[in-house]
Design a protein around this ligand. Sequence first.
Ligand SMILES: Cc1ncc(COP(=O)(O)O)c(C=O)c1O
Length: 349
Amino acid sequence: MNPTPRKAVLEMAPYHPPTGGRYGKLRLDFNENTVGCSPRVVAFLCEQLNREQLSVYPDYADAKPRLAAHFGVNLDQLLLTNGTDEAIQVLINTYIDDGQEVVILRPSYAMYRFYSELAGARIREVDYVPPKLEFPLEQLLAAITEETRAVLISNPNNPTGVGVGLPQIEKILQRATNAVVLVDEAYFEFSEVTALGLLDRYPNLFVSRTFSKVYGMAAMRIGALFSQASNIEYLHKAQSPYSVNMLAAMAAAEATADQDYIRATVAEVLEARTLLCDGLGKLGISSVPSVANFVLIYAGNRAREIRDALFDRAILVRDRSYEIPGAVRITVGTREQAARILQELECIW
Ligand SMILES: Cc1ncc(COP(=O)(O)O)c(C=O)c1O
């Protein structure tokens, strides 16, 4: 007889992100950098790569101070992670016991629920309400009680593209006195709102960043988690010492040195987003105002059909109608890519 998994695992719904067959298509489905990372990162890796580098366990002594300086934090306020996903996992593993309450928003990034469920947490969800999908501050504050041990927020939120301001985040931090509060800033570079400046004032605040989005390094799996130094010490205890691979850490440090590339990418995406939203409007397709590098559109009862028709034209988008009726999420890349999807939408809409 096969061994029985933990109850939490038995009860989890499987999560199936498409993981294969995406090369060579116009990838507007995962909010990645649709052009790629800075060429400097690839050149640097090629230069650095040698047999010794690969044979030694990771040494972060060079990369970590460079990254801390880039983010404007002290070295002891930073934890390197294997993507944001590991940041969420380590946070939950450090602070949440079986049966304790975690508050998340719905819809939001799937991994908040995933790691909370895996830990056996009790999940309380607060809804973004369509069609506007504005940040539900009052409902969230009402949901946070003495029992709440974690509040997980994406700012801007995926898949809605909606952001929340710092005064609202402070209200959440002040309300969640018994909880850790994660502000996941995976799309910070597009919205430019960050809670990093609040770190010293709020001992319950944790902020995450990733190199998977504007930095164009999703395959490397690297991110960072920030908090007060004494919290980071606990997180270190709960993290495997070498979960971040050496090449990823080096590449991330190098990537932060090429801010011209990041600024140019952000500028291109913001122009492409305007072009896309204007074009959608002309086609009579309603969309949710976004402060990120993706836009949610409403396709009525044709969400899957639209996704499939675009797939047939080698364009990948994400059907989100299972959580918001009619919703399809489109990543914003370049102006040329925006023009291409608009052209195809005009044919199939
Ligand atoms: C809000 C949010 N956080 C984190 C991630 C994933 O980040 P990483 O690749 O660093 O694990 C995503 C990816 O879609 C996201 O939308």
